[in-house]
Design a protein around this ligand. Sequence first.
Ligand SMILES: [Zn+2]
Length: 182
Amino acid sequence: MKQQEIRDRLDRGNLRWRRREDEEARLRLLTARQGQEPYAIVIACSDSRVIPEQIFDARLGELFVIRVAGNVLDRHQLGSIEYAAGHLHCRLILMLGHTGCGAVSAALSGGGEGFIQYITDEILLAVGEERDPLRCCEKNVLHGVEILRREFARHPEIPTEELEIRGAVYDIASGEVRWLEE
Ligand SMILES: [Zn+2]
């Protein structure tokens, strides 16, 4: 696809969005006026097949989503989570990994180069000696859960006892979200 075609496609999509007159359009105006009250924070991969709002059939204003390849955490992500938990009062943080993750595969095949290495290094740290892709995906999720629990164990603006931090894996073929046991 040429650049012009891509821009046209984006513009046509945006026009369809602006012209909608359904529940979503009503919610757009309502949340613009009243602000957002998302009930959950979801940290997911940037993979184009992993769209939390679609996976959970959620609407505008319901989920506070952070997406980054390999669903890894760094200070920018932690800052976003802190904002949503502390100021928007989200009480559930879900770290969502997925099957067929390219970032996990890249880490397992020796890691990436350039900026990607920041991501694959973090995944390699999470998986240790494990090499089974699904198990690695789970370990990467649990590593993130561990970081979140550690970082938000004591926080002046977030009531830790009310905050649930969980991990899950999304199956890109079946569409199922499987919660990981503690
Ligand atoms: Zn991925």
